[in-house]
Design a protein around this ligand. Sequence first.
Ligand code: PMT
Length: 231
Amino acid sequence: ALPYDLSGVRVLISAGGTREALDPVRYLGNHSSGKQGYALARVAAQRGAAVTLVSGAVSEPGAPAAVDIVHVDSAVELSREMNVRAADSDVIIMAAAVADFRPVGVADAKIKKGAEGPAPIELTTNPDILAGLVQSRTAAQIPSSTVIVGFAAETGDADGGVLDHGRAKLRRKGCDVLVVNAVGEGRAFGTADNSGWLLRADGTETGLPYGSKTLMASRILDEVAALVPDR
Ligand code: PMT
């Protein structure tokens, strides 16, 4: 049986990928299927949490039972929906794959081929949602007790800098826990299984052995349950 250790804990989770519109029919996107974020939502709800899932584009069918779902497209929308709910959350988990950049403008009509070949796409930077949530917590717009978990998708392997990149990202973003996934070569994005490392703000690290995304979710939520203050 699952532990019922998240009873009454309000958990806000982002999942899936953002889509950054170029024109009415095209977008810049990524390969996130939403499976990892949806597994977190499902398992958290089964363990008694009150879960809100803010979902970008996914290829995972079916909403988890007993979870409130909000659908978004772009990183800017995701940012808004996370920020309005953050102050009422005990735990925030950013499993979404967020585009770092978006096109400067969205064309009103479908972009035509043109005689001179492809027009360059001009990009601008999206807000860093995770870092912003951590900053708002420091500024007390979000309770200081809110546990904030990030993910990191890094190409390479353990020796090839994945962990070093993860450590640097943990410091830069300032979250309590960062789950590092090695990606590329068919790993993590869209797969049924996952593996990685769990890095804590205190510098301790735990390997997350290869297994289903549900198992991965359980391990991450064990960590979260230990961090949520007694309530
Ligand atoms: O959806 P699946 O197919 O199951 O795959 C799961 C996953 C590989 C997408 C997931 O486990 C994962 O790693 N998600 C984070 C992907 C990502 O965007 O990593 P990143 O290293 O670019 O970002 C680091 C963290 O900052 C993430 O928590 C991300 O949500 C957040 N971020 C990133 C950019 C941005 N502008 N704002 C953010 O909040």
